[in-house]
Write a protein that binds this ligand. Structure first.
Ligand SMILES: [Zn+2]
Length: 476
């Protein structure tokens, strides 16, 4: 343990000089980090989890990895790269994946070959398809931030974070208005691509299936640097991890997972040559052990779910036994992991390997005000008629019901969904408890009281139910 840490420490001392504030871009603090004599990494902001882009000077030209979500900031970065390297022969831009905060600035490099995984195209299209929605989203987001700033007692750090975000999103909005057309990759690949840049060889590996379907690993062979985009991190440097908050198997097909496993394994076999792992946002780090641990999790979980579904074993039983705590105790507190992410990964893999449809995912497709009320009865009949085609988990339906109740504010819909759960799982006290809560929210207190009593009868330790009973008895 001590040895591994020591090795990592030496790498950090050799390869990473402390970031220094060189300047500002549009009023935001700029950080430029010199990784080696020909590799730099830069980002804006001291508090928010912004994208860190990298640039590599090679014999055949400059290679840039990723853009931010704001073109005007990338224009600034492009100038800084040229100044740092004393040249401006930009040759390639590589997108680590298709998310807006890694591709929106692609237009700044439209004189270059832009390289990405083939699945990035669809994501970029989606990013730009909802332009007016995005503007509305920014407006709403800024409004909420301003409210937060005025209403709460905040620590200095939190205040600084909010101020930085408000400034950033204002710049983003302006930049979007000026630049509302997507710039797509000019060269895409599927499983692997090698770029020969004279003194630098870059190996690009398909790695989609966790964060998005379009992620790639980029290995700069000569310097032993692996760029990992937003796939994973095992250390967060701030409280707001941003895109690196979740490590979840959620976006791939069975074929993607075969390829991802091979590619990841190939990189692990070269781990003696890899000296530094660079995630896609500045406020995260990844160690060789973190990389290995996530691979181990990935392959063992895939195997376990595959075997379970092939044997036709019971999914709820598997979920109850195969918890993060039981099977991967070392990962319980590791960045990106949570029991709910873990369950999400199991569901995704289960639907791939069993061929069954997740009932909760189907229900989530109609989770909109009015739409749910109109379409749920039909879906409910369909699920009941062909139960073998679906897999249905009580906890899952319960969670979606609360989303309807609390986020979408559709108590009638929530009542219908919780009633469905009671019908499917009549021995669950919690199914009754949730139904009671939905009736209460809908103002039907007598009905709620009756159901809370039933839930407490089934589970006398149900404190939530007991509290509600006392409250309702007073109110009636
Ligand atoms: Zn991302």
């Amino acid at each position: 343990m001590l040895n591994k840490k020591l090795v990592l420490l030496i790498f950090l001392i050799i390869f990473v000089t402390l970031p220094s504030i060189a300047d500002t871009i549009q009023g935001l603090p700029l950080h430029v980090q010199k990784i080696t004599n020909n590799v730099i990494r830069m980002w804006v902001g001291d508090y928010m989890s912004s994208t860190a882009i990298s640039a590599i000077a090679t014999q055949k030209g400059i290679i840039v990895i990723d853009t931010t979500d704001v073109s005007s900031i990338d224009q600034g970065f492009r100038k800084i790269i040229a100044k740092e390297f004393q040249r401006d022969d930009f040759k390639y831009l590589i997108n680590t994946h298709g998310h807006a905060d890694h591709t929106n600035g692609n237009g700044v490099y439209n004189d270059c070959e832009i390289i990405a995984h083939e699945n990035a195209i669809e994501l970029i299209k989606t990013n730009f398809s909802n332009f007016s929605e995005m503007q509305k989203f920014f407006d709403g987001f800024k409004l909420r931030l301003n409210e937060e700033l005025n209403s709460e007692k905040l620590t200095d750090n939190k205040k600084a974070l909010i101020n930085e975000q408000i400034k950033f999103y204002s710049i983003a909005q302006e930049s979007m208005k000026a630049n509302s057309k997507p710039t797509f990759p000019t060269k895409t690949f599927k499983e692997k691509l090698t770029l020969d840049c004279g003194d630098a060889t870059l190996e690009l590996f398909q790695a989609g299936g966790t964060h998005t379907t379009s992620d790639i690993f980029i290995l700069y062979k000569e310097k032993g640097i692996l760029f990992t985009g937003d796939i994973m991190a095992d250390k967060w440097l701030t409280d707001i991890p941003g895109c690196l908050a979740n490590f979840k198997i959620q976006a791939g097909t069975s074929q993607d997972y075969i390829t991802l496993q091979q590619n990841w394994k190939e990189l692990l076999d070269k781990k003696d040559q890899i000296k530094l792992y660079i995630p896609g946002h500045w406020n995260a780090e990844l160690s060789p052990n973190g990389f290995q641990d996530r691979y181990n999790y990935f392959i063992t979980l895939i195997d376990a779910v595959k075997i379970m579904s092939q044997k036709g074993q019971d999914l709820p039983q598997f979920v109850a036994a195969y918890t993060l705590k039981n099977i991967y105790p070392q990962l319980v507190d590791s960045p990106g992991f949570s029991q709910s992410n873990h369950i999400g990964s199991i569901y995704h893999l289960y639907s791939i390997y069993s061929g069954k449809i997740s009932a909760s995912l189907e229900i989530q497709k109609i989770l909109q005000k009015d739409l749910f009320i109109a379409q749920f009865p039909r879906l409910r009949e369909e699920i009941l008629k062909a139960r073998d085609k679906y897999f249905i988990l009580e906890e899952d339906i319960n969670r979606v019901g609360y989303f309807l109740l609390q986020q979408i504010k559709e108590p009638t819909g929530a009542i219908a969904l919780f009633e469905f759960n009671v019908q499917l799982f009549p021995n669950s006290w919690n199914a009754y408890d949730s139904l009671a809560e939905a009736y209460y929210t809908n103002g039907e207190k007598a009905k709620a009281l009756q159901l809370f009593k039933k839930a407490v009868e089934m589970n006398p330790k149900n404190e939530n139910g007991k509290n509600f009973i006392t409250r309702i008895e007073k109110e009636l």
